[in-house]
Design a protein around this ligand. Structure first.
Ligand SMILES: Nc1ncnc2c1ncn2[C@@H]1O[C@H](COP(=O)(O)OP(=O)(O)O)[C@@H](O)[C@H]1O
Ligand SMILES: [Mg+2]
Length: 239
């Protein structure tokens, strides 16, 4: 079964065409990276899948349902590009609040579990507005994952994180074995660590899609995957 489906999606902002007939689908449980240069349309795609923007044209379905439906909101975890928790609430309060809104049985306990999982104990009584950018990102990731979402959409999730924290977040995400994951990034090493499949987009269209293995095989021996992607982006997939 397909858990994420986009068909001929068009989204314009004034005279800028952000998505220009974008189509792809992701089977349930698939781990996919959405790759593309700045301005390619990655964030717009994720916002549409999260139900925050509606497309001008085309069809979008999450498990066969509209992304704006309540059913989808329950099973979706979305990390925005520049996620901003409630600034005047502490780390603990932010997590407890979201856990309550999500209707989890024991919000305080779940908040504490996420604090331990993401190594935020030292900051649990710090207001979000006073956190460093990296710790704010960790809190945002905790808020995205605390209800064990079936569908996970992450927009550049490892931004601002130091290397050990990147490794921590990668290992946490690896535990979401049955969830469907779509992670946008322009950094190939992140794509290869988190995903088995890649969808490369540019100018709001799919340029190439396939497994990361297939992508590697398109290169010469020992050619870095970044260089293969750069070639696809400039010359097209046929080379
Ligand atoms: N709210 C907006 N208003 C106007 N233009 C926008 C808006 N959001 C995105 N765009 C434009 O749409 C295109 C795609 O943007 P975006 O989806 O953010 O790309 P990416 O995340 O791949 O860098 C860009 O040209 C961007 O400037
Ligand atoms: Mg973006």
């Amino acid at each position: 079964m397909e858990c994420i489906e986009l068909e001929n999606v068009v989204k314009k902002f004034g005279n800028v065409t952000a998505l220009d007939g974008l189509s792809f689908s992701i089977p349930c449980g698939g781990k996919y990276a959405l790759i593309g240069p700045n301005g390619a349309g990655k964030s717009t795609t994720l916002k549409i899948l999260a139900g925050l923007l509606t497309p001008d044209l085309g069809n979008v379905k999450i498990k066969g349902m509209s992304p704006t439906s309540k059913e989808v909101k329950k099973i979706l975890g979305y990390l925005p590009e520049d996620a901003m928790p409630y600034r005047v609430l502490t780390v603990l309060e932010n997590l407890e609040y979201i856990a309550s809104l999500r209707g989890l049985p024991n919000p305080r306990q779940r908040a504490l579990e996420m604090i331990y999982l993401l190594n935020l104990k030292e900051y649990m009584y710090t207001e979000a507005g006073k956190l460093s950018r990296g710790n704010l990102q960790k809190l945002s990731i905790a808020m995205t994952l605390l209800h064990n979402p079936e569908i996970i959409l992450l927009d550049e999730p490892l931004n601002y994180l130091d290397i050990p924290t990147q490794e921590l977040v990668i290992s946490i995400l690896k535990n979401f074995v049955t969830s469907t994951l779509l992670v946008s990034t322009h950094i190939m090493s992140i794509a290869t660590r988190l995903a088995t499949n890649a969808i490369i987009i540019n100018h709001g269209r799919v340029i190439w899609s396939g497994t990361i293995e297939e992508l590697r095989k398109m290169g010469n021996e020992n050619e870095p995957i970044e260089s293969i992607v750069a070639r696809i982006l400039t010359k097209g997939p046929q080379i």
